[in-house]
Write a new protein. Structure first.
Length: 436
């Protein structure tokens, strides 16, 4: 017998469902056929589902051994309710019925200066040195809970500067939403790690751009503090990952940082693409990898057996997941586009899977394009009515240049923020695509 994991949540989507595993942060989008297969899998009896489907769900820990008739969560009843709701659920063009994740800027303040920072209050920046009021966070969390949003990513600035950060994590978890954190690590000591774990934090992402102090120092000044934060998480049993900013300067450190993450037991090493900074003039032009650089990155990912970077015939998976910023989806060309879509790879997710809320309540399609026509933290109003969001969802019709005819258009679309930073317009082709 099989039942849903106690950490699996499910919600209706147009003609299907979206599942989320709260411990592993895995998601799975099911069509009606998949939803029916899940229902009969939980119901037991005659097998009316593909065996590979059950194997996939078990491997991703969406389902576990047990009886759905007697589990406390009422798994079969929940799935049946979603089955009934799915045919009547609506969503905006090319997006989910509600965000899967909200990125919440807790503060504009930061306690260090890093090259290429995209969001912090510093000389020359238009970012306000202000904390988000707790009342705004409470409003966003309440609305997110009603809409069945799965995750909220707490960022900044440096979120650990906010005096109510632990309270925010606890409030999110109490509403059934997994809180995650992106931090430079300076204030993430053992005591804070334990407090965050107790509050229900899902994962702390710690920024690290080099495997040694000397190499990290080219972009970030706090190697010792970041490593101390990792050790604090390990000691407290708090799941952690590493954020690695992929620049021309840091590219030689890609493999060493991934190896370091695996050695330290990181849940993930997440590769980030350089985005327009708030200051520093020509930094983006100097440090952005070009098509040749990204082809080299793709070769490294294939050697490291990163999912999506090569065919699915590999025999083993690394324990530390290597994940990619959605704007790096052009690296995942080792499989046919249809297979990538089935794996949930949809490229730029702005206004399609996630939104950003700034500390002043502005609701944006993306943290890196600060166009806003809805404020006050009204996430679902923006999701349903924003004209800015609608433009991002219509990129397929606006695309021009080599991206417009690419077979990977629906699983990539490049990065609008980078395109516009390099002089293009929304819908222009990505200037650094390794396939161009």
């Amino acid at each position: 017998m099989t039942t849903l994991s106690p950490h699996t949540v499910i919600r209706a989507e147009p003609n299907g469902a979206l599942m989320f595993q709260q411990e592993t942060a895995e998601t799975a989008l099911l069509d009606l056929q998949g939803l029916e297969a899940l229902y009969f899998l939980l119901k037991g009896g005659g097998r009316e589902y593909p065996i590979f489907f059950a194997r996939y769900l078990r491997g991703k820990q969406f389902i576990v051994p047990g009886s759905s008739d007697s589990d406390n969560g009422g798994a079969l009843e929940r799935v049946e309710a979603v089955r009934e709701a799915a045919p009547h659920t609506t969503a905006p063009l090319r997006s989910l019925a509600a965000p899967e994740t909200i990125h919440f800027s807790v503060t504009g303040r930061c306690d260090q200066v890093c090259a290429g920072c995209f969001y912090s209050a510093r000389p020359g920046s238009d970012v306000a040195a202000e904390h988000a009021p707790l009342s705004l966070f409470e409003k966003v969390i309440h609305e997110a809970s009603q809409a069945k949003v799965f995750q909220i990513a707490l960022g900044g600035g440096e979120p650990l500067l906010h005096p109510r950060l632990v309270d925010m994590a606890r409030l999110a978890r109490a509403q059934g939403i997994v809180p995650n954190l992106t931090t430079n690590g300076n204030r993430l000591d053992r005591e804070m790690a334990e407090a965050l774990k107790e509050a229900g934090l899902g994962q702390a992402q710690i920024s690290l751009n080099g495997a040694t102090e000397a190499t990290n120092a080219t972009t970030r000044p706090n190697f010792a503090a970041a490593m101390g934060a990792i050790e604090a998480c390990r000691a407290a049993g708090l799941r952690f990952g590493i954020n690695f900013l992929l620049t021309r300067s840091s590219l030689p450190e890609l493999r060493p940082v991934i190896e370091l993450g695996r050695c330290l037991g990181a849940a993930s090493v997440n590769l980030l693409r350089p985005k327009p900074p708030t200051t520093e003039g020509d930094w983006l032009e100097r440090e952005s990898p070009d098509a040749v650089d990204y082809r080299a990155v793709r070769r490294i990912l294939r050697q490291l057996q990163v999912p999506g970077s090569q065919p699915e015939t590999r025999n083993s998976k690394p324990e530390t997941k290597i994940t990619l910023d959605a704007s790096l989806s052009f690296l995942l060309t080792g499989e046919p586009p249809a297979r990538l879509r089935r794996r949930g790879i949809v490229g730029c997710c702005a206004a399609r899977k996630f939104v950003t809320v700034l500390q002043d309540g502005s609701v944006l399609p993306c943290s890196h394009v600060r166009w806003c026509d809805v404020g006050d933290g009204e996430v679902m109003r923006a999701w349903r009515t924003s004209r800015v969001f609608a433009r991002f969802r219509g990129l397929e019709e606006e695309m021009r240049g080599h991206c417009a005819s690419c077979s990977y258009l629906e699983t990539c679309r490049g990065c609008p923020a980078v395109v516009m930073a390099f002089g293009g317009e929304l819908g222009g082709s990505d200037p650094h695509c390794p396939n161009s």
